[in-house]
Design a protein around this ligand. Sequence first.
Ligand code: GDD
Length: 395
Amino acid sequence: MILELPRKTEHLGAVRIHEVQRVYELDSGASKFPTKAKEAVATISNDEIERINQKMAIVVPIKDERLNLLEGVLSGIPHDCQVIIVSNSARSPVDRFQTEKQSIKEFNHFVDDKILLVHQQDPGISKAFRDAGFDSVLESGTVRGGKAEGMLVATLLGKMLGKEYLGFIDADNYIPGAVHEYVEIFAAGFTLAESPYSMVRVSWTHKPKIEDDRLFFPKWGRVSEVTNQCLNRLIESHTGFGTEIIKTGNAGEHALSMALADLLFYASGFAVETYEIVNILEQFGGLLPPTHPEVMSSGVDIFQIETRNPHLHEDKGEGHIDEMLLSSLGAIYNSPICSEKAKNNIASILAGRGLAKEGQEPPSPTKIEPAATLDLPRFVETIRRESQTLSEFGG
Ligand code: GDD
């Protein structure tokens, strides 16, 4: 892959937020070679990408998606990556989880990928959390529904497998080639990272839709445009310099080094991607007392890399958009690092959209404790013994 080197980086405490980087060429061949623009680009060889892929788990959270989409996503994930599918699909009246399992088994007959599948609300998983006293992911003793909760389960399973990197790819992606590109982007970002604490976020080139019977390629999603604006107002209220650095406030497709994933609080539901940035700033941005001094010396790298493939996924409707916006902005608003000015900006956006009344604060998302706080060997022992749905395929 040949991609642009970041042209600008915002520094907040130990956090380095790199500007969006363009991909120039998806496949740069087997070895490095000089380009005329060698100071401006990074050439990542296939060997380098494969080295990261072997250490990376790709997490596919799924809830009641169409099986053809899931199979397409699996077909786009490079064979060297471990796949972790955390499903929260219905068990009745139709057992959609069983159908997913069957379809993964059929697919894997031909490819022998390393796939781990589990249901998020498996009683054995809930018990393992209860026994560990890890209550922040539970509701009435059972793992809560929500993408972030699924991501936490996957983070722990990735840790159990000794993986060093975790990439998240939604199950409702239509284009397998785009999925393949996301994974290569993750690997390219981790190759460029200077710190073991790093995150790579995918910025879509376009999200195509049909408008007036024609294909239209808008640049920004309806939620991300607003979330990015609010995150940028938050950052500039601390640096004192206007910025548009954040372009990936809602990037469902993103990846974390395990060292970083281990330390982060995840925000419940759809606030998760926005809150990852906020929590990195809370913990390592130098605005609050540092929680992990060892991270402060290495720093945290946040890369944002723009795809060549368009992003085409299921459209879940207007109500869903409002829900995502409210939880994303609530995650920023309720942070202890959110300045009065940034809060006022969010309040007026929400009031303007009829999502909050004048003077009403957006809800603060429930926070899930970092994976590092859980006793992993004990957790693993319980799920190996008690899980009713954990299945391992291939490898
Ligand atoms: N395991 C699990 N558990 N997966 C879930 C759950 C759940 O409770 N709810 C949704 N998912 C899966 C979906 O099946 C899909 O693969 C992915 O998580 C994203 O959910 P969608 O409902 O498709 O969200 P979206 O695509 O409209 O929302 C986009 O923006 C959000 C807000 O930033 C995506 O990029 C999301 O990933 C993002 O959180």
